[in-house]
Design a protein around this ligand. Structure first.
Ligand code: PLP
Length: 412
């Protein structure tokens, strides 16, 4: 298994691109398995931020001086890159936000507020992140609409026949997670979009966990809206994306008011800017947007198939290792899943697992993973979650195994 991993790409070379992987934590080499929370950043991303501030820092779009033009060009290049990355029809349909949270709120507060009527229905699923639950609860309450939830089975897969039963002429919006952060499940979103469209509903997809593992094609999915967080696919924090179909974005009212999102302002009347600027009020996060492009280019340089194959090997190896512990149970065993292993150990609180592993330099996440209703569904307070990225190794998973042995010795 380790041999096959080496054949896919030079893992040592890859690891040397991520300076943080040389850090020692509690005297031990860092083993970073909290990638579903945020991935680490390659040198090219870190250097892009530094280089922006050192050489072209200026406010964009409004300046005619050289620096402003350079900064604007770099910023807009990222918009084009993101458009290509997700196969959008046009880069004008790429709106920069702070992340998935802001993208979902944007759609709920503009499309939702403008088009939901009392009695309309919004469908989400039982495995949504809070950021794809609460914005819909808020707007449903405001508009008198009803929130419906697709249930899941014990493996952590959506019950598709239940989904079909929920769909009706009342369904106006379906908002679904593409890949679950807590379970790793990859949902059949293409099929689900098709079914929602039969009822005239629009579909938003939360792609927070999808972009680091696979190639995304919004046109193939026929998604109406698709949301991304840059920091989850090797880019910086504080920069995210909302893709939308042009006809929807055009009929939506703006989100925030201010500079940049206007065409003309007078005290009597304001007219709004064209796409995408209508949704980008104020000075944006210029440096991080520019660096986001470097993160995408980094993944492209390795190749999505190689990344997916490498991570699949890690998943298979880790699953085998974890299931060899009799008292350990993996939560989330869907047939289609990415490299996320959530688990519980009988009689040991997930937090204790996390603390003991941290003493070995192993960073995992513990708790409800912002999916409290999902934890309720499994009748657990939370899990310990190890999530793997393109730079992780089989040897690191072996260290996790040794760490779990220590957990069992110390906490049982
Ligand atoms: C599935 C999923 N959706 C949404 C989010 C929210 O992303 P952000 O905090 O970057 O807005 C996360 C973050 O963990 C996530 O995993």
């Amino acid at each position: 298994m380790a041999l096959a991993t080496q054949l896919l790409y030079d893992i040592d070379q890859i690891r040397s691109d991520f300076p943080i992987l040389n850090e020692k934590i509690n005297g031990k080499p860092l083993v970073y398995f909290d990638n579903a929370a945020t991935t680490q950043k390659p040198n090219s991303v870190i250097q892009a931020i530094k280089s922006y501030y050192e050489t072209i820092n200026a406010n964009i779009h409004r300046g005619i001086h050289t620096l402003a033009e350079k900064a604007t060009a770099e910023y807009e290049l990222t918009r084009e890159k993101v458009g290509e990355f997700i196969n959008a029809e046009s880069s004008e349909q790429i709106i920069f936000t702070r992340g998935v949270t802001e993208s979902v709120n944007l759609v709920a507060q503009t499309y939702g507020r403008a088009f939901l009527k009392p009695g309309d229905e919004v469908i989400i699923s039982a495995m949504e992140h809070h950021s794809n639950i609460v914005p819909w609860q808020m707007i449903c309450e405001e508009r008198g609409a009803v929130l419906k939830v697709i249930p899941i089975n014990d493996e952590g897969e959506l019950l598709m026949d239940e989904y079909e039963k929920l769909l009706s002429a009342k369904t106006k919006i379906v908002s679904l997670v593409h890949v679950s952060n807590a379970l790793g499940t990859v949902n059949p979103v293409k099929e689900m979009v098709e079914k929602a469209h039969e009822f005239g509903a629009v579909v938003m997809i939360d792609g927070a966990q999808a972009a680091s593992h696979s190639h995304i094609d919004v046109r193939d999915l026929d998604a109406d809206f698709y949301a991304l967080s840059g920091h989850k696919f090797y880019g910086p924090t504080g920069i995210g994306v909302l893709y939308g179909k042009r006809e929807l974005l055009e009929k939506m009212p703006p989100y925030m008011g201010g500079g940049e999102m206007i065409k003309e302002v007078s005290f009597a009347k304001t007219t709004y800017n064209d796409l995408p600027y209508k949704f980008e009020a104020g000075t944006p996060n210029i440096a991080d947007t520019i660096a986001l492009r470097k993160g995408i280019e980094y993944m492209e340089g390795i190749g999505f198939e190689a990344i997916a194959a490498h991570e699949h090997e890690l998943l298979v190896y880790a699953t085998e290792m974890l299931t060899s512990f009799p008292d350990l149970k993996i939560i989330g065993t869907a047939k289609e899943k990415v490299s996320v292993c959530s688990f519980v150990i009988e009689g040991i609180h997930p937090q204790d697992i996390g603390i003991i592993l941290d003493s070995e330099g192993i960073a995992i996440r513990t708790g409800h993973h912002c999916t409290q209703p999902l934890m309720d569904r499994f009748k657990i307070p939370g899990t310990a979650r190890a999530s793997f990225a393109l730079y992780n190794t089989i040897a690191e998973i072996d260290k996790l195994g040794k760490g779990i042995e220590k957990v069992l010795r110390m906490a049982k």
